[in-house]
Design a protein around this ligand. Structure first.
Ligand SMILES: Nc1ncnc2c1ncn2[C@@H]1O[C@H](COP(=O)(O)OP(=O)(O)O)[C@@H](O)[C@H]1O
Ligand SMILES: [Mg+2]
Length: 252
């Protein structure tokens, strides 16, 4: 393998045989995912097809029963969530996980606190500058001293996104249904933030969403899951004409 910037042949993330069982149910079934550095990849599939479980495996929240996950060539499937974050993987949760009794700005600063604890060398003024710039992008800077619990659902999603982007260096951002139930204005802000971070900072994204029209504006390629398996992958045109995809969505 040729390595460019620690990324074998341009693959940022590679999984092989990735499997997660819940009792008798195989929620993720020998999943092979391959995402290039700099990609914005969509992940779709009917309800219960294993998308959230996949994100939970990639972020270390769940331990795989079988298979491997490689990030920039390194096995990460036995690491704990904070160790995976330290390697540049951020995520959002479908139901925002924030510290409600901390301010918006304090929530954004949390990844930097973990970074300082690891002996990070980013100077504090730089950290604060970055936090403010990210809050500015996601339109929350005016609310930076409000308690996180005062935010709407959509604003909470924006805050989760700003917080994820504080991870430094950031390579991969995993988003689980970031557009679900958010106001169209906030949806636009989320889309702009994804595109901007992808273009300006080369952040790679894996975005779980049901919103095809939105994904189409963000992603060149989508991966389709059904009953834990990867059943198709390709451009929207390829996916739309794929028999297995139609069958998965329309039923037999
Ligand atoms: N913690 C869990 N315990 C037991 N079953 C689970 C758990 N999480 C998910 N599942 C099951 O695994 C399957 C995949 O779920 P999930 O990954 O949430 O699907 P999706 O996000 O695609 O809707 C579903 O059948 C779901 O009920
Ligand atoms: Mg889900």
């Amino acid at each position: 393998m040729t390595e460019v910037d620690g990324t074998p042949n341009g693959w940022l993330l590679l999984t092989r045989g990735l499997t997660k069982r819940f009792g008798g149910l195989v929620a993720v079934d020998r999943l092979p995912l391959a995402i290039r550095a700099g990609e914005v990849r969509g992940l779709i599939g009917p309800n219960g097809s294993g998308k959230t479980t996949t994100v939970n495996l990639l972020s270390g929240l769940y331990r795989a029963d079988a298979g491997e996950i490689r990030l920039r060539g390194e096995r990460i499937d036995r690491l704990r969530p904070h160790e995976i974050t330290a390697r540049g993987v951020a995520r959002t949760f479908q139901t925002p996980k924030l510290f409600g009794n901390m301010t918006v700005l304090e929530n954004v600063l949390l990844p930097a606190l973990a970074e300082l604890d690891r002996g990070g060398h980013r100077p504090r003024p730089k950290i604060l500058e970055r936090a403010r710039a990210l809050l500015e992008f996601v339109t929350l800077d005016p609310q930076r001293h409000a308690m996180a619990k005062e935010l709407s659902g959509g604003q909470s999603m924006l805050l989760q996104i700003a917080r994820g982007l504080m991870v430094s260096p950031i390579h991969l951002f995993l988003m689980d249904e970031p557009f679900a139930g958010v106001h169209p204005t906030i949806k636009d802000t989320i889309m702009e933030t994804i595109l901007r971070m992808n273009q300006e900072e080369g952040v790679t994204f894996l975005i779980v969403s049901h919103e095809m029209a939105t994904l189409r504006r963000l992603c060149l390629r989508v991966s389709v899951m059904h009953e834990g398996q990867l059943i198709a992958e390709g451009s929207f045109e390829e996916i739309a004409n794929h028999a297995a995809v139609l069958e998965a969505y329309l039923g037999r």
